[in-house]
Design a protein around this ligand. Sequence first.
Ligand code: NAG
Length: 221
Amino acid sequence: MARRGSLLAVAAALLVAVVAAAVPPTCERIECPAYEVVDSANGFEIRRYTDAMWITTAPIEDISFVAATRTGFLQLFNYIQGKNLYNETIEMTAPVLTQVSPSDGPFCASSFTVSFYVPAKNQADPPPAEGLRVDRWAGARYAAVRRFGGFVADADVGEQAAQLDASLQGTRWAAAVNDARRADPASPYTVAQYNSPFEFSGRVNEIWMLFDDAAAAATSM
Ligand SMILES: *[C@@H]1O[C@H](CO)[C@@H](O)[C@H](O)[C@H]1NC(C)=O
């Protein structure tokens, strides 16, 4: 009996791991950057992205994550609709990333950059556009990821980031994430959103804490 119980516990744990590792449903319909799941545990997933390419806005100063993301998304939406040097329309992809650089003071605006994943088809020659830059992740980039649902509100972002941070403490990934944050204190986390504003159910969002190959290599596997 005890043996059957422990087998069930193992099966349940595997099921949880599989559910946690499933790609966001949006990525079954539109192109997303490919990744490999390196680890997955209570409340987080570690992913390895290879050579992902993004088109990114200039920093947007705002007191609101939601407002800044809307501003940036509009620029990127115009870009894929053909407002670029090649007048080229580009397929929609996911996720849209908002990199958050919180301010220190309570009344200061934070800084945000918003990014769109460049489809594989366009990566050899992404159309340039005024005010946007191409951002290529040369080699492997790792992300510690926490997923959450619903429409992202300003209050969620710091809260979800804190929960991801808490879930990583005591794991072999904590040092890599902390080192990356120390190296670039201005950009502690990124929010990934997978759904258009018109999708009301099954929304998928993620907090990402990014670190590089060297930090991951230092983490004995
Ligand atoms: C893009 O469109 C503008 C305005 O219609 C035109 O002046 C320009 O020559 C076009 N550029 C290309 C590369 O087609």
